[in-house]
Design a protein around this ligand. Structure first.
Ligand code: ADP
Ligand code: ZN
Length: 526
């Protein structure tokens, strides 16, 4: 074991070479140093690592760090070794000889920090090893992986309560950048951190400019966004499927932007290679599914773009938090449209499992949609989701270019009655495109085939552009005033909420995107 200065500030300065602590770091370090358990919620880039690294050095013994991010352990360990901290890891990428060397170093008291993957830690061999040496603290990184509802759920995390049983006297510190009150409660309960002190940092990342645009041709929009604001910058683009990631990366490359794909369908070698290029080189754009990014510490990511609607505000905030970790201006850009709502509502309906699970997914989606459709400050809305309140930020699209709200009640009634009539009079259900054609009085083949020109609603919506109608439909879906049919292929059906609108008992204010106003296709949409 190495010997380190005894004060936390001395360790920070002499070992890590930083001048001063950030935010709650010092309080957390002192608390854990004195043997207390802690639950640390800090945004990505907030500086969580030092919160366990420093008390581990101060307490002596070995600080055992449990992390699911095997791919990053080597980097973390190398960085620590360079600072003169004796660090090592145990995970499935090692051969038995390497693992044996680490075990021996541990037994000899020759380690300060040991990184372990959770599945490795839970093996009898590893638990046995740990009980024969001296553990100074346990750090449980990415602690939200214990939440069964989140997209990062790792079943092994549920078993980590074993640490509390076997090592009741060793302090434990759990850390995460995911911060709803609910997730926090879940972590505390599942990891048996009932007496832990909670340290909740401000989640505000004022240097990130939030912008959500209406999706029409998303790849072109993405390209225009990058060209206008981030040419030559390093960025991450998130899409929901492998195919989407592949085609988008290709599209960007063809248009002069160096982009790499990253998703679970690529071989481990290709993924590792793309990741390390992204970390090492400048100005690369990584186009990825959510499989990419957890634990990535690249300070100069200048933008994070979402070309598909994320499934939850939590996930979205975590992903966008990867931009601008150096504190310099960065952009979070999201394109979102009618099809996203249709698709995600359908995916939830079709997802297996209990109703409670689907309800939870649905509530998460609703919160995300609320953020997209809000006419007030995005950041205020985001932080409210984490129970934190701020003034309007002045650095998001709605603050910078306040959107108009317009009374869409009549438009909504037209759509809903079209859906109603088609179903009641003809027993038919259709998707968004055809409904809009009916409302706008378009003579398509389909309209003729079904004789829809004879419907009383045919052509009653000619005053609004197709795009405006898509906006109305999207917002009705977002507010569950219209539903995606269970059996159908994205066909639309009324909901309980539709009735009040049809009866004229509700007034609907819709968001009008600032961008849309400049489009020539609009004709007085009041
Ligand atoms: P997190 O795990 O919370 O996402 P990290 O622990 O990786 O964040 O820290 C993010 C970056 O900030 C790292 O590059 C780290 O070295 C740096 N950092 C952390 N604390 C401080 C500090 N007190 N002073 C200066 N830099 C810091
Ligand atoms: Zn704002």
């Amino acid at each position: 074991m190495s010997s380190f200065p005894s004060g936390s500030l001395d360790v920070l300065q002499q070992v890590f070479g930083y001048d001063s602590f950030r935010g709650d770091q010092q309080d957390i370090i002192e608390h854990v140093h004195q043997g207390g358990d802690a639950l640390v919620l800090m945004p990505t880039g907030g500086g969580k690592s030092l919160c366990y690294q420093i008390p581990a050095l101060m307490r002596g013994g070995v600080g055992v760090v449990i992390s699911p991010l095997i791919a990053l352990m080597q980097n973390q360990v190398d960085a620590l070794l360079e600072l003169g901290v004796k660090a090592a890891f145990l995970n499935s990428t090692q051969d038995w000889r390497e693992a044996r060397d680490v075990e021996q170093a541990f037994m000899a008291g020759d380690l300060d920090l040991l990184y372990v993957a959770p599945e490795r830690l839970l093996t009898d061999r590893c638990l046995e090893l740990l009980s024969r040496g001296r553990v100074g603290l346990f750090a449980i990184d990415e602690a939200h992986c214990v939440s069964q509802w989140g997209h990062d759920f790792r079943p092994e995390y549920l078993q980590l309560s074993i640490l509390a049983e076997r090592w009741p006297d060793v302090p434990r510190i759990a850390l995460t950048a995911t911060a709803t009150t609910e997730t926090r409660r879940e972590i505390a309960q599942r990891l048996r951190l009932t007496d832990a002190r909670h340290f909740v940092s401000s989640f505000d990342r004022p240097n990130i400019r939030y912008r959500i645009v209406e999706k029409n041709e998303v790849r072109r929009q993405l390209l225009a966004f990058i060209q206008a604001e981030h040419m030559g910058d390093c960025g991450i683009v998130y899409g929901l499927s492998r195919a989407r990631v592949e085609e988008t990366a290709e599209f960007l490359c063809k248009n002069g932007i160096e982009a790499l794909p990253y998703h679970a369908g690529l071989s481990a070698a290709v993924r590792a290679q793309n990741q390390s290029r992204f970390l090492r080189e400048e100005g690369l754009v990584m186009v990825a599914t959510i499989a990419f990014g957890m634990g990535i510490d690249k300070p100069d990511v200048r933008f994070v773009a979402h070309i598909d609607l994320p499934k939850s505000v939590e996930g979205y905030y975590q992903e966008t938090g990867r931009a601008g970790r150096d504190g310099q201006p960065a952009t979070a850009w999201l394109a979102y449209g009618l099809q996203d709502v249709v698709q995600q509502r359908r995916m939830i309906d079709e997802s297996p499992g209990e109703d409670a699970f689907r309800r939870r997914l649905s509530a998460q989606l609703d919160a995300m949609l609320g953020l997209c459709e809000t006419v007030s400050c995005r950041r205020q809305r985001l932080l409210a989701y984490f129970d934190q309140s701020i003034q309007p930020c002045g650095n998001c699209d709605t603050c910078l270019e306040p959107p108009e709200a317009w009374d869409g009640t009549v438009a909504a009634q037209k759509i809903l009655s079209a859906v109603y009539r088609l179903w009641r009079e003809r027993g038919q259900r259709f998707g968004a495109g055809h409904l809009i054609d009916i409302l706008r009085g378009k003579q398509t083949d389909r309209v003729q085939q079904y004789d829809h020109q004879s419907l009383s609603v045919f052509g009653v919506g000619a005053d609004l552009s197709e795009q405006a109608w898509r906006g109305v439909l999207r917002q009705l879906l977002a507010q569950s005033l219209l539903a995606v049919d269970h059996e159908g292929y994205g066909t639309l059906a009324l909901t309980d909420g539709s009735r009040a609108v049809l009866k004229g008992e509700a007034t609907l204010m819709f968001r009008r995107e600032p961008e849309k106003k400049s489009r020539s296709s609009r004709s007085g949409s009041k």
